[in-house]
Design a protein around this ligand. Structure first.
Ligand code: OAD
Length: 268
């Protein structure tokens, strides 16, 4: 596996594996890039088809929903349809394997994601969600969760009515919206506390497949660094993150299985 990488990348993977094998507290933040190899476009990719003239930043906002709830709801129904048949890729599986391995190697690994696609869970990981869950809904007015079968039936397109237009709340008649954190909204308190604590106390922070543009999540790497952690970034394209100690410039699905195999080999 290692031989398939370029010589400079091999050296960087080995450095990262050595570092990880010698540390106990690890915090990992994932973004849309980790799901790219599962076939889910990232937010920086240009949208396609019906939505090619819209930008995600203009649809994922409370203002956009207030202005045109049908438009925003339809976009999320389209996104749900796009994600429904997607499955975890080798990067999700490698992280899940690592989490299971921490039972025997005494590492403490906190996995935090900005993704709403649930692919980490599907791979078997325990994960803290900063930006909500694509398969859950709630009322936009009274915030009461709207119970439907979306989450349980995620992989069964037959049971999801993707064409369903605008649902209303049985309690207050407000419009139902996806339970996702939109631009300008606060992150879930408990999830953010978990993320901040893990970032502030970790020895290594790994940022995987995120453009590091959207705050507050993008600030977690800085918090870790200020508290003495080393920062590893896994992303085929450069990001504005200037505090990185080791950059693994390759797709997550290619580099994660190799990195974890190397780290594990050093631990035994
Ligand atoms: P972005 O779409 O901003 O960035 C995706 C990153 O993944 C880019 O830096 C790509 O270079 C990188 N990438 C692409 N393919 C990759 C691969 N195979 N392996 C590793 N990296 C790869 O996604 P996020 O940083 O997650 O918020 O975006 C943050 C937030 O902005 C999202 O959670 C979403 C969005 O608006 C909400 O929906 C609230």
């Amino acid at each position: 596996m290692l031989a398939e990488l370029s010589p400079p990348l091999i050296a960087q993977v080995q450095d990262a594996a050595k570092l990880l094998a010698s540390k106990r507290r690890i915090c990992i933040l994932t973004g849309a890039g980790i799901s790219a190899e599962s076939g889910i476009p990232t937010f920086r990719d240009k949208q396609t088809g019906l939505w090619e003239n819209y930008k995600a930043e203009d649809l994922a906002t409370p203002d956009a929903f207030a202005r045109d709830p049908k438009l925003v709801w339809s976009w999320y129904q389209w996104r749900r349809k796009l994600v429904a048949d997607k499955t975890p890729n080798p990067a999700h599986h490698a992280l899940a394997q690592w989490q299971q391995h921490t039972i025997s190697n005494q590492q403490q690994l906190t996995l935090i994601t900005q993704n709403v696609d649930n692919l980490h869970e599907q791979a078997g990981s325990i994960v803290t969600h900063l930006h909500g869950n694509l398969w859950r809904n709630r009322c936009s007015q009274c915030h009461i969760p709207y119970i439907n079968d979306l989450e349980g039936s995620k992989n069964s397109e037959d049971t999801i009515n993707f064409d369903e237009l605008l649902l209303t709340c049985p309690h207050c008649d407000g419009y139902i919206r996806p339970d996702i954190v939109w631009f300008g909204e606060a992150l879930p308190v408990q999830a953010w506390q978990t993320a901040e604590e893990a970032a502030a106390h970790c020895e290594v922070f790994i940022s995987i497949g995120t453009s590091s543009l959207v705050y507050p999540a993008a600030g977690l790497a800085q918090l870790a660094k200020q508290n003495g952690a080393k920062v590893i970034e896994i992303n085929p394209d450069p990001t504005p993150n200037t505090i990185v100690d080791i950059t693994l410039a390759e797709k997550a699905g290619v580099v994660m299985p190799v990195l974890i195999a190397q780290m594990t080999a050093l631990q035994f």
